[in-house]
Design a protein around this ligand. Structure first.
Ligand code: S3P
Length: 749
């Protein structure tokens, strides 16, 4: 035997001296085929009551020997797999528990687990520690050993349902068995397994059997089958499965299946009502929620993303040098995109949005409203149509609302949810779950809301329904548009007036958009004021390009010799133009062309050309007006003559990352001299090298360092960049279009 042969055999189940499969059908046969394919060289035996199956198993090379009685083979094996119908397991287990030898372990493949466990307990008094109950989630409409397929388990899940006293060594061996076949092994409790399978497998099979049976019994069945196109075929494929096996499954998992069926009946009767009443909005709400879930359920399951984004992490390779020239339009404003969905959903009538940002953050808001029963069409090429349900028309979502990375969603939702009649829990990804929420929970409690937070005022937030809110006068302790907006939105549901005083002006999109929806918000100096009890009227919203995304290109062009770039249709709301003011003060050449107003917001095309920049002390009043743009402004500072000083920017420490620290760490790698203080940083401009930096999963840190590469003396590698999709999904493509050399590659590629 060759060296290679020995090592391969040792890698495949070294602990198993022989394997016995009891029940030589598709599942048992495929397991043996997969083991053979993987190089298992030990002896394999098969037991089946049907001698033809045994003979076929031999001819196919799956077993070395076989017969009808397990007892004949027990002395020759270390592992026994029960691949027989659920109802037949208990008697075989009784036999095995009498004849089993030391070290022998047993597993099964039954698709319901409680019934098997209960029968074994009834038969032999306990579930033995050497038995590991399991279930490979794989199958086919074909049956019998003839259909054995060595690839059946590749990339499929196998669920093991160990008991508290299952032998850990036995568990490890069974896990290894399935991994060798290419499966992903997971563990659930017996009860959870049965509930999950009732919904994901047993219910759909029941429906498929029923539909085919119903149609097959009609007089015109020949026509129905003749003309059955994709829909009927796709939906009913599984009705071709083994009837006996499925009868046993429903006998065994009766309770969980009945529960799943009752939920389904409620869903169908909702749809029946919608169809009977020609209620297009209700149908659209259900269908769009389902269609979104169907398209994205893998990603939603992994709680990673809402769109076709690589779930693996992404690394940017930003080549040193490059150009910045041309005309581009960056994606829609994130703040306005969120608000357009929120107000559109709560308005009376239909709202059409153009220019919507199809980024992870705003999609999180959109999906959350779908989960609260709002029918939303799109997004498609930035167009979204929202069928508003009115301020009091939301429905309780089925589970917690998952808001991804989006702080804006969570803080604004907190205000909106405080006014609802139902309880709701808001949660997010790892970064969002670290961010402070006391800043919204505290004032909302003053209004009468009942909110539980996680430790230290962090998410998840659970907001209790049915609370009467009363307006308050509130002095914001920090300049935060999110907190201000949260309170104004809650103010719509409160009795009396809500007044919010800000220590410095912050973005006022909420106030402007509420006004555009016919809900007036007054402004007296530093106080925004809303009266409760009004209503919103749906309409049309044109979301301009996001100045926060444009900022990366404003800096890119400013620092690159020969650059001349026009950014089209950018929102230039005075509460957002800090980045333009600061760059101009540093010497940048930025022209505002074609200024106009759309949907109550000022917009312009921005022409930016290369200029020599110099360091400045950033005016404190500009800090809230440029709060999201500092990462890339730090790159401008690194390319400016002299020192740039930022103070009074504590808020940067509680964004998607601690942006002062994240940027300083990266600047250190590049050799840019900087000094960090509690509320800011000093950056000394000059030449800098390339290197590898971490974005810490913060989109704006990632894009800022991609811009830095334009003037670096070496390439910059930026790690952990998948979250750029939260605000700027096509950043690498647009950067490439203007002449930058940014390439997004999957981690490890
Ligand atoms: C936002 C407000 C700002 C900003 C965030 C979006 C908004 O947050 O940083 O990206 O849409 O209201 P703060 O309110 O925490 O300053």
């Amino acid at each position: 035997m060759s060296e290679q042969g020995i090592s391969k055999r040792q890698a495949v189940l070294p602990e198993e001296s022989g394997i016995l499969v009891i029940g030589l059908g598709l599942i048992g046969g495929s397991l043996l085929a997969a083991l053979r394919e993987a190089g298992y060289k030990g002896r394999c035996y098969g037991v089946d009551l049907n001698p033809n199956e045994v003979a076929l198993g031999r001819r196919m090379g799956l077993i070395d020997d076989g017969g009808a009685d397990p007892a004949a083979f027990l002395s020759r094996v270390s592992l026994i797999v029960l691949a027989i119908p659920v109802m037949a397991i208990a008697p075989v287990m009784a036999q095995l528990s009498r004849l089993r030898r030391h070290g022998q372990i047993v597993t099964d493949v039954g698709s319901t687990k409680s019934a098997i466990r209960d029968q074994i307990r009834a038969g032999i008094g306990q579930v033995p520690s050497w038995l590991v109950l399991g279930h490979p989630i794989a199958g086919a409409e074909k049956s019998g050993v003839e259909a054995a397929n060595p690839m059946l388990y590749q990339h499929h899940r196998v669920i093991l349902t160990p008991e508290a006293d299952t032998d850990p060594g036995a568990l490890r061996r069974i896990e290894h068995l399935w991994r060798v076949c290419g499966a992903h092994v997971e563990q659930l409790t017996v009860e959870r397994h049965d509930e999950v399978l009732a919904r994901t497998s047993h219910l759909p099979h029941l429906l498929a059997f029923s539909l085919v049976d119903t149609l097959a019994r009609q007089d015109d069945r020949l026509d129905i089958f003749r003309y059955a196109a994709g829909g009927f075929r796709d939906f009913t494929r599984i009705a071709g499965s083994d009837p006996v096996m499925w009868r046993d499954i429903y006998l065994a998992n009766r309770e969980a299946v009945l529960e799943a069926l009752a939920e389904f009946e409620t869903g169908v009767s909702e749809l029946r009502t919608a169809v009977a009443g020609s209620d297009g909005d209700a149908m659209l709400g259900i269908f769009s929620r389902a269609s979104h879930a169907r398209h994205y359920f893998d990603r939603l399951l992994s709680q990673k993303s809402y769109q076709a984004m690589e779930t693996r992490n992404v690394v940017y390779r930003a080549g040193a040098g490059g150009q910045v020239r041309g005309n581009i339009r960056v994606p829609g404003d994130k703040s306005m995109s969120h608000r357009s969905i929120m107000l559109g959903a709560l308005a009376e009538g239909v709202t059409t949005v153009e220019g919507f940002l199809e980024g992870e953050d705003s999609l999180a808001t959109l999906q959350a409203f779908r989960e609260m029963g709002v029918a939303i069409e799109g997004p498609q090429a930035g167009r979204v149509v929202i069928h508003g349900v009115g301020l009091h028309g939301l429905k309780q979502p089925k589970g917690a609302l998952y808001l991804g990375n989006s702080g804006t969603s969570m803080r604004l939702f907190a205000g909106l949810m405080a006014g609802q009649t139902f309880d709701v829990t808001l949660t997010g990804d790892e970064s969002l779950n670290r961010r402070p929420m006391g800043r919204v929970a505290d004032p909302l409690r003053l209004m009468g809301a009942v909110i539980d937070t996680g430790e230290g005022g962090r998410p998840p937030l659970t907001i209790r329904g049915e609370q009467r809110l009363a307006g308050i006068d509130y002095d914001l302790p920090m300049a935060s548009a999110q907190v201000k907006s949260c309170l104004l939105l809650a103010g719509m549901y409160a009795t009396g007036d809500t007044r919010v005083r800000e220590p410095a002006p912050t973005r006022d999109h909420t106030e402007r958009m509420l006004t555009a929806f016919g809900y007036p918000v007054a402004r007296h100096n530093d106080v925004a004021h809303i009266a409760g009890g009004g209503s919103l009227r749906g309409g049309f919203i044109d979301v301009p390009a996001d100045i926060s995304s444009a900022a990366f290109f404003l800096v890119a062009a400013s620092i690159t010799p020969g650059a001349d770039l026009t950014l089209e249709h950018v929102g230039i709301n005075p509460t957002r133009v800090g980045v333009i003011n600061i760059l101009r003060e540093m010497g940048a050449s930025i022209e505002l062309l074609n200024e106009r107003e759309v949907s109550g917001e000022p917009v312009a095309d921005l022409r930016v050309r290369h200029a020599e920049l110099h360091g400045i002390d950033i005016p404190v009043d500009q800090v809230p007006l440029a709060i999201d743009e500092f990462p890339v402004l730090f790159i401008a500072a690194a390319n400016a003559r002299g020192t740039t000083r930022l103070r009074d920017a504590m808020e940067l420490r509680v964004k998607e990352s601690d942006r002062i620290k994240a940027m300083a760490d990266g600047l250190d790698v590049l050799g840019v001299v900087n000094t960090v203080v509690e509320d800011g940083i000093d950056i000394v401009g000059g030449r800098y090298q390339g290197g590898e930096v971490e974005s810490l999963g913060d989109h704006r840190i990632a894009m800022a360092f991609a811009v830095a590469a334009l003037r670096a003396e070496g390439d910059i590698t930026i790690r952990d960049c998948a979250n750029v999709a939260t605000s700027f999904p096509n950043f690498p493509a647009l950067a490439h279009e203007v002449g930058m050399q940014v390439e997004a590659v999957a981690e490890g590629a």
